[in-house]
Design a protein around this ligand. Structure first.
Ligand code: KG4
Ligand code: ZN
Length: 336
């Protein structure tokens, strides 16, 4: 079955063609980051308008790359939520209009299920069951995965998501949006041990997270350093970035270790934008090595938002007979 996947939940337009027999045939991604940079974050109305401009030409682009035509598509999957309502509506409208015109099934899928299954697109995909750490700009969750749609929530953030904390820490350090990769790059120059940040909620049992205290701790550290130095030196900024990143990474690693112990699983999947973080990957691999466990993740471009993960997740469900009715599904807030 040849599936067209469409992702427009936030500030990336992603399109992909996935074949249930031959795998991923082509994909295209357009990031709106430059457009939103001046505003310090994503402007929803601008995001929707740009998806309108890019989406259909990108659909034709992936078809051309794969040597196929619109008539070859056998099903369409689009991100139905969670996300920005206007942006979601663009993807849903195009998917349903194309599906109606071509007379093929259409299905809205959950954005986080897309992230969760993105490592399945890689060469050695994890077998079920596994524990997944979902770490994106809007979510921090530990999930036990027994199969497509068989998800048990083990723990989640009670306040900010890990990616959100990265983005806010970046702002405090004078870095642009999205902050995660920029904080990580700055931390490369940091001096280990100069600042010691807390590892929130690791001293009590359970698999929930909290990152808002870390945000306050970062702000207080920046203010204290400003009192001492005036304008922060590049070294101090790097030292704070490293202390912050290490605290987030350690906290995530401790909870993942606990989740593996608790479930008895020996496979850990990490997905979502923050799973691109190199220090996080290294820390989880080291921990897994000690527990005879394996860590799975997607290539960096499939860690952040993309069309391939939606095409894959949708293909699994469309092939099993699931489809939308005639209505476009767009759900801004949608628990998985
Ligand atoms: O999954 P994603 O692209 O979008 C959402 O569904 O939210 O995740 C974006 C988040 C942003 O908060 C970004 O700062 C973070 O992922 N991120 C990173 C890295 N790359 C992206 N955080 C830490 N280190 C990275 N290398
Ligand atoms: Zn995402």
């Amino acid at each position: 079955m040849l599936i067209l996947g469409i992702e427009t939940s936030c500030d990336e337009t992603g399109v992909a063609l996935y074949d249930t027999e031959h795998g991923l045939l082509a994909h295209a991604l357009f990031s709106q980051i430059d457009m939103h940079a001046d505003y310090g974050g994503v402007v929803p109305e601008l995001a929707s308008r740009d998806h309108v401009r890019k989406l259909l030409p990108m659909c034709d682009q992936v078809l051309e790359r794969a040597g196929r035509t619109r008539g070859d598509i056998e099903g369409i999957a689009y991100t139905a939520g969670p996300g920005l309502i206007g942006a979601l509506m663009v993807g849903g409208s195009v998917a349903h209009a194309l599906g109606f015109a071509l007379g093929i099934p259409v299905l809205g899928v959950h954005h986080m299920e897309g992230h969760l299954l993105a490592p399945m697109l890689e060469e050695n995909p994890p077998a079920f069951p596994f524990v997944a750490l979902l770490v994106s700009g809007g979510h921090t969750q530990l999930v036990r995965v027994d199969g497509i749609g068989a998800y048990e929530m083990l723990g989640e953030s009670v306040d900010d998501a890990a990616g959100e904390a990265f983005d806010k820490a970046a702002k405090m350090l004078g870095l642009d949006y999205p902050g995660g990769p920029r904080v990580a790059a700055l931390a490369e120059q940091g001096t280990p041990g100069r600042y010691k940040f807390p590892r929130p909620m690791t001293d009590r049992p359970g698999l929930d997270f909290s990152f808002s205290g870390l945000k306050t701790f970062t702000l207080n550290t920046v203010h204290a350093a400003q009192k001492e130095e005036g304008t922060l030196s590049d070294q101090t900024r790097a030292d704070i970035a490293l202390a912050f990143e290490s605290a987030v990474v350690d906290t995530l690693m401790i909870k993942c270790r606990r989740a593996l112990e608790q479930t008895g699983c020996d496979r850990l999947v990490i997905a979502g934008g923050v799973s691109a973080n190199r220090r996080l990957r290294a820390s989880l691999e080291k921990m897994a090595g000690k527990h005879d466990a394996h860590v799975f993740y997607a290539r960096p471009e499939f860690c952040t938002d993309n069309g391939a993960m939606i095409a894959y997740a949708g293909a699994q469900r469309l092939a099993a007979g699931q489809r939308d009715g005639e209505r476009i599904v767009a759900v801004p807030r949608w628990p998985m």
